[in-house]
Design a protein around this ligand. Structure first.
Ligand code: FE
Ligand code: ZN
Ligand code: FE
Length: 288
């Protein structure tokens, strides 16, 4: 099991991310390389790549993930937004290749009223303009929580995007337990059924990253509000079953829960404690 959390790269870049991950006794981690409020990205050669990989090898932290800025929306109808999104994604591919990471997780996009079919087509077109097939990483489309203006609430929508992209060998998928449950996939009672559907619709070989979050809202609520592990509608037992599932043993499992209780929550998921973390105000991963 490779458990980790969404960690900071403030000041010392990856050195900070690794240090924070060590404090959680994590096996892996996820970062954002740039602010979700926009602005110029910090130069990637200031992230202390080589020292950090050396430290990661020493302490057994591996297979880190980058999450793309939320400001990227390849489904937008606004030319400026599209242009910005393409610029950031192109730049991010170069930055993440420099870091030597294998995954960029991205939200497929928001169609803002134009409808899912239009959104799917725009996202595929955007990816076709960017991907050359030479990338040394996978773009992992994240499954969404069921909000009507998002693309990617249903596995079929993700499959349609992949189908329309020329260099589909560079595409993969990131599931998010909060999102999937909220979108109406009953992964609490039937995670095997969900994976069987995933395999049918997309193919399990594309499952490369999973976000492990509890959900503030009940089943099928269509809302993206993450809760601390055991403090939401999924509960500890279901989330433990999920992180221990054989299909998820080789992929990074990343917590995006509020309040900074990652060390405790990772121990809880591993079964090292049964005590629940304190309850923190709900967070989203920016999907709203
Ligand atoms: Fe997520
Ligand atoms: Zn979320
Ligand atoms: Fe996300």
């Amino acid at each position: 099991m490779k458990l980790g959390a969404n960690v900071s790269v403030a000041k010392t870049g990856l050195l900070r991310a690794v240090e924070e991950s060590e404090s959680y006794r994590a096996d892996t981690y996820m970062i954002y390389t740039r602010s979700n409020r926009g602005g110029a990205a910090r130069p990637i050669d200031q992230f202390h790549r080589d020292e950090s990989w050396a430290r990661m090898r020493e302490v057994g932290i591996d297979d880190p993930v980058v999450h793309l800025s939320y400001l990227v929306n390849l489904a937008s109808e606004r030319a400026e937004t599209l242009e910005y999104g393409r610029m950031v994604l192109r730049e991010e591919i170069k930055r993440v290749e420099y870091l030597g990471f294998r995954y960029i997780v991205m939200h497929p996009g928001s169609h803002v009223g134009a409808g899912t079919a239009v959104g799917v087509a725009r996202i595929a077109q955007g990816l076709n303009e960017i991907l050359t097939g030479e990338e040394k990483l996978w773009i992992c489309l994240e499954t969404m929580a069921g909000d009507g203006s998002k693309v990617g609430n249903r596995l079929e929508e993700i499959a349609e995007i992949i189908e329309l992209v020329t260099h589909k060998e560079r595409l993969a998928v990131c599931i998010d337990t909060c999102h999937n449950y909220s979108a109406g996939y009953d992964i609490v009672n039937d995670f095997d059924g969900f994976l069987a559907t995933f395999d049918d619709v997309i193919g399990l070989s594309r499952l490369k990253v999973a976000h492990i979050n509890d959900s503030r809202h009940p089943f099928a609520a269509g809302k993206d509000r993450h809760a601390n592990i055991g403090r939401g509608s999924l509960g500890v037992e279901a989330l433990r079953r999920i992180v221990r599932h054989e299909a998820l043993q080789d992929i990074p499992l990343i917590l995006e829960t509020p309040g900074g209780h990652y060390r405790h929550e990772i121990a809880l998921l591993r079964g090292e404690t049964d005590e629940l973390p304190p309850e923190s105000a709900a967070a989203s991963d920016g999907g709203e």
